[in-house]
Design a protein around this ligand. Structure first.
Ligand SMILES: *[C@@H]1O[C@H](CO)[C@@H](O)[C@H](O)[C@H]1NC(C)=O
Ligand SMILES: *[C@@H]1O[C@H](CO)[C@@H](O)[C@H](O)[C@H]1NC(C)=O
Ligand SMILES: *[C@@H]1O[C@H](CO)[C@@H](O)[C@H](O)[C@H]1NC(C)=O
Ligand SMILES: *[C@@H]1O[C@H](CO)[C@@H](O)[C@H](O)[C@H]1NC(C)=O
Length: 956
């Protein structure tokens, strides 16, 4: 009698009070690192810089040619930086063998960042967490001796190969060598109360990085600002203290309920008490949320941390004087090929500003763009004294204001919100505000200001627009530019609000160029001109002297972009005073990526999801011709020098294949149930000890898979014993991670399933009655072919699990469907299998999609509604595992697969495994290829290397 036990661990894995504004630091420091800091901000090459950043993991988008796309979408937010983790397990899954080629090579990531003009904060761990496989640790870490993340030599030695290779590569791409890397974060969330902080371990990592050539500053990432127990100097001290914060929590099931959350109002004071000499750094701030099996799904997370939450919390961070501000995640991506942790499902969309399908159609993207671009053009923001405690200035106590008062200038910022930040009320107010003209109560020309629902605003006073002073504005500023002898200012508010501004111009000509002139009130008072207007859906353009004011509603402002203008003199596209000054303003709908001036030709790269009017403000004098995505464009130029044209969107004509009509080839992927199955190549579970120092064995030999080098995906166990006829009961205790299923067969009879959680993985304990001792059962096991000596070097160490079809490589393109070894049939996944077990299907999937578009595709199961069926499907596209669908858990039904994994003009191979743990079997009731938001686009996507099937000599 044999016992077959299949642990689906695929489901498991699928399953300041500043006394003074400090001058720029001594040039020696700048020369040394090109990046330094004072208590207000970082400096890059001597220039004070605000760093707005977002987290994006290259390993969650395994198409290097798409990295530029994400960086450009981050840059378009007005951001200047990206932070990212490096994942150790993907680079050194086989101990002492470091592989960082193809999709795992970081060089194209550095190059794409540099091309987009994005600075990088690198976070190479060794521990990263990141809701990722092993938290970044390779599976074999279970066999190392010594406490993880400590100074034990067993642990320190374990990461040397990874860390030295990685940091020496990073060193080459530092800003000091002309690269994008400006900061490095050693370890991750290490100083929290849950960790015994070992200064010497932290120092060891930093010394190791320095010895490999890292010269940029070290930034920490404390888990929250409180209970900070890292040293401020000496052994283990980083250069700049930073922390993370997730004030909205991680449950997206009640996205509009802010009652249980928190709006911290002591960040600035905490920073001043903890790290007064460094810039206030929020190294991770909530940009969405993780979600787990059975969770409410990422659209809910996007709603929870949506445009309203961004306004409330991010502006509150501005009120605290943040000057390094990174959002986790800005683009989440995909837990393809088991890169996620057991509790997470395939999507790692995170509800982020940029969706998993790389689209930018969430309002939260546009809202972030308003804030990012405003801060980018507001250098005086880095010259303020924050208080962060809100004060009651408005005439109603329902409104609170956090002032940021100018230090060396009068330029100040006033962050306004409801006192009860959860309030959805519409609240009217007036308020006295300090200006260089004395305290004025705004609005001065009558009427009231309002906060409509959940909103927070940044009002400015004495804001410099070049040489002109904006005394105050109640409308929020999106951007402004000086173009030769005129200035363009873009302001916005919510429809229904009344706004007012005062500008330091005496008796200028005022012309309403667009909109109803009676809707703009004005008054000249001394050296000031006051304008008042109501926000409606029709825009107002008012010329006041040489200042053009674009007075927009929020949604119209969402369509504005401020690309830095690249010229023949531009040596890079990083954000600096010069690149900010040379930017142009474009009103163009969906996305504007870049603007480039070459001779008399102005080139825009932009994406359009609809036919759109394109307006260009501030086109350089010598620009005569316009090209959008390389195509010459007729345009008109008005008397003010503003250009206008139309970008035509034509819906692309294409048909996505009907997946039920593909020619499917099928095999049974659980031949291990057959009496004739030969398991002689399987590993004997014969180790009488476990190398896992954290656990004791309850079994005569270890059945922990990591002791045998199997860490990922499906695990199979076969136990055999000689029956005496007295057996009635077998007890098994198994573990596979957060969510997993264990199916048990005796001989080929399906016995049932088990559920559980926690590491290590495999069989933890068992007993058999009938007078048997544990040692009567001898066990064999397998996981992925080769274990740590994984076979598919291109797709990496985590992509394959232990299913028969995976071990044989049949999930790869062009499997040999004539090889009789496999007993190919012609059933389809829609027919499925009729008993508990594992079915496997593969089919050629030709695609022919038009070029010039970005057409994000997804595989959608069950038309988007969980069927509840008891199975787990794995989806493979050209050999990459890009989905785990568990219709009884959910929530994910739609699985985006990027172009580059999919060949849009040629043959693809689609494969599906179905593990049914129900005795009556399972089938896929519906699977469709669907598209997301389509845009005309200049992106160029290269097909990743995707080696085809070849017979695996050693496969069993
Ligand atoms: C990089 O890893 C290889 C192993 O693949 C190792 O031999 C080599 O010494 C490492 N290089 C550095 C700089 O640590
Ligand atoms: C782990 O290291 C400790 C301290 O060096 C040593 O006493 C112990 O025997 C080691 N354990 C194993 C399993 O090697
Ligand atoms: C680094 O700083 C030096 C000295 O200021 C400067 O010459 C060099 O251009 C800077 N490097 C980069 C990449 O900005
Ligand atoms: C919001 O959440 C809090 C805390 O969980 C709870 O007490 C409150 O009832 C919730 N409010 C609504 C309207 O669901």
């Amino acid at each position: 009698m044999r016992i077959h036990n299949i642990v689906n661990w695929a489901i498991a894995l699928m399953p300041k009070v500043t006394t003074a504004f400090l001058p720029p630091p001594a040039s020696d420091a700048v020369l040394q690192n090109n990046i330094t800091w004072d208590n207000q901000s970082f400096f890059i090459n001597g220039e004070r810089q605000l760093l707005l950043s977002g987290e994006f993991h290259p390993w969650r988008l395994p198409v290097p040619s798409l990295w530029l796309d994400i960086f450009q979408k981050i840059k378009a937010l007005g951001f200047s930086a990206t932070s990212f983790y490096v994942h150790w397990a993907l680079l050194e899954s086989e101990p002492s063998v470091y592989r960082a080629d193809g999709i795992f090579d970081l060089v194209p990531f550095f190059e794409a960042a540099a091309e987009a003009g994005i600075y990088l904060l690198v976070r190479p761990g060794p521990y990263i967490q990141a809701e990722s496989f092993g938290g970044g640790f390779p599976g074999w870490i279970a066999r190392t001796n010594g406490t993880l993340r400590s100074n034990d030599s067993g642990f320190l030695d374990s990461f040397h190969t990874y860390y030295s290779n990685t940091t020496s590569l990073i060193a080459k791409y530092q800003i000091s060598n002309g690269g994008p890397v400006i900061l490095l974060q050693p370890e991750n969330e290490y100083t929290g109360s849950n960790n015994e902080f070992e200064p010497s371990y932290m120092q060891y990592i930093m010394d190791e990085a320095r010895s490999n050539g890292i010269v940029v500053p070290f930034l920490s990432n404390d888990p929250g600002p409180y209970g900070h127990n890292a040293p401020e100097s000496g052994v283990g001290a980083v250069d700049v203290y930073g922390h993370d914060y997730y004030p909205l929590g991680f449950s997206c099931s009640n996205p509009d309920n802010w009652t249980s959350f928190e709006l911290p109002t002591d960040f600035y004071q905490t920073h001043e008490s903890q790290s007064p000499t460094t810039p206030y750094s929020l190294v991770e701030f909530q940009g969405g949320s993780m979600d787990s099996w059975g969770g409410p799904g990422f659209d809910n997370c996007a709603q929870m941390v949506g445009a309203e939450a961004e306004r409330m919390w991010y502006k509150n961070n501005v009120a605290a004087g943040v000057s390094f501000f990174s959002i986790y995640m800005i683009y989440g991506g995909t837990n393809w090929g088991n890169v996620g942790y057991p509790s997470g499902y395939t999507s790692y969309d995170y509800g982020a500003a940029i969706t998993e399908s790389r689209t930018v159609d969430r309002d939260k993207y546009s809202e972030l763009k308003l804030l990012g671009n405003f801060l980018k053009v507001s250098p005086t923001y880095l010259d303020v004294q924050p208080f962060n405690s809100s004060v009651t200035m408005a005439i109603t106590s329902d409104i609170s204001v956090s002032p940021l008062l100018g230090l060396s200038t009068n330029s100040s910022f006033w962050v306004v919100r409801h006192t009860d930040y959860t309030s959805s009320d519409d609240t009217s107010y007036t308020m006295p505000i300090q200006t260089s003209n004395g305290t004025v109560t705004i609005p001065q020309l009558g009427g009231v200001l309002s906060l409509l629902g959940r909103d927070s605003k940044i009002l400015v006073t004495d804001y410099p627009l070049g040489n002109i002073n904006l005394l105050y504005s109640t409308a929020e500023l999106f951007t402004w530019k000086q173009f030769g002898d005129y200035i363009v200012v873009v302001l916005y508010g919510e429809i229904g609000e009344h706004e007012e501004l005062a500008i330091g111009l005496s008796n200028p000509d005022i012309t309403v160029l667009e909109g109803d002139s009676s809707s703009v009130q004005h008054q000249y008072t001394g050296n000031q001109t006051i304008l008042a207007w109501d926000i409606t859906s029709s825009r107002l353009v008012v010329r006041v002297g040489d200042v053009y004011l674009f007075l927009l509603d929020r949604t119209s402002a969402y369509n504005f972009w401020v690309p830095q203008l690249i010229t023949s003199e531009t040596t890079h596209n990083y954000t600096s005073n010069a690149t900010i000054a040379s930017s142009i303003i474009v009103n163009a709908g969906y996305l504007v990526r870049t603007a480039r001036l070459q001779g008399n030709d102005l080139y825009l790269e932009a994406d359009f999801n609809a036919t759109t009017t394109v307006e260009i403000f501030g086109a350089p004098e010598n620009a005569k011709n316009l090209y959008i995505n390389g195509r010459g464009q007729n345009f008109t130029k008005d008397s003010h020098g503003f250009w206008s044209t139309s970008a035509i969107f034509e819906t692309p004509q294409f048909t996505l294949p009907d997946l039920t009509k593909l020619t499917w080839h099928s095999i049974d992927s659980l031949p291990e149930l057959q009496a004739s199955y030969n398991d002689s190549d399987w590993v004997d579970a014969s180790l009488t000890f476990t190398a896992n120092v954290d656990y004791k064995l309850s079994t005569p030999t270890s059945l922990f898979s990591s002791d045998y080098g199997y860490h990922v995906g499906f695990l199979l166990y076969r136990g055999s014993f000689t029956a005496n006829g007295q057996e009635t009961q077998l007890n098994l205790t198994t573990q596979g991670g957060g969510v997993f299923e264990t199916a048990v067969w005796i001989n080929d009879t399906f016995i049932g399933i088990e559920e559980g959680s926690r590491e290590p993985r495999g069989i933890l304990d068992y007993s058999l009655d009938g007078g048997h001792s544990q040692s009567d059962i001898s066990w064999k096991l397998t996981g992925n072919l080769g274990g740590e000596q994984y076979v598919d070097l291109t797709r990496g160490p985590l992509n394959e699990g232990g299913l028969y079809a995976e071990r044989q490589g049949l999930h790869l393109p062009y499997p040999d469907v004539n090889d009789s070894t496999y007993g190919w049939g012609s059933s389809t996944p829609f027919q499925g299998i009729d008993s508990a077990g594992v079915g496997f299907w593969t089919a050629r999937l030709p695609l022919d999609l038009p070029s010039g578009y970005d057409i994000p595709l997804s595989f959608q199961f069950d038309q988007g509604t969980l069927s509840g069926a008891e199975y787990c499907a794995q989806l493979y596209v050209n050999g990459f595992q890009f989905g785990k669908y568990a219709p009884s858990y959910g929530p994910q039904t739609e699985f985006p697969v990027p172009q580059g994994i999919l060949n849009y003009n040629g043959d693809n191979w689609l494969a599906i495994s179905v593990f049914s743990y129900n005795s009556s079997g399972a089938s896929v009731s519906s699977l469709q290829l669907v598209n997301n938001t389509i845009a005309t686009s200049p992106i160029q996507v290269d097909l990743t290397n995707q080696p085809a099937y070849t017979k695996r000599a050693n496969a069993y």
